[in-house]
Design a protein around this ligand. Sequence first.
Ligand SMILES: [Zn+2]
Length: 188
Amino acid sequence: MLDKLVAQYSAIIESLGEDVNREGLRDTPKRAAKAMQFLCRGYNQSLEEVTNGAIFESDTDEMVLVKDIELYSLCEHHLLPFIGRCHIAYIPNGKVLGLSKFARIVDMFARRMQIQENLTRQIAEAVLKVTNAHGVGVIIEARHMCMMMRGVEKQNSVMSSSVMLGSMRNNPSTRSEFLTLVHSRRAL
Ligand SMILES: [Zn+2]
């Protein structure tokens, strides 16, 4: 699979008018192929594998918020990066998930070809699935290179998307608690 990708990157570079044999580009097809495999490694992961049994019994029913998870993804329309932050909140229902696992769930879905709206929903549904929470909310704020570097060349626009499930969707005070916590600046 890597060999095929390397050959295809050579062809792309040549098609763009470059000399793939010049010194600076000689190893580029291989490096680019490996980089792209890394950026798409989420296709080879599963929810079971990334959460790895880190589900713990707990009787808390207060909102748990994991804020400012770094996010790097590729837009499926242009294969250009979009980067930003993801905020996840959930209302536990007898079980809590280990903190680092939220970042791993985000990564599993972000390291694929994506659109931000689908990515947001996939993360929310995965958190609901593993925790069986009363409610889950996910917000992603991201900058898209396909808007910044090409097309409209808007450098400062941030796209925001959210998905609310269960009590996070149905209970206005829970939802507004989440939004307030996400938008409060950190005190640390
Ligand atoms: Zn795009």
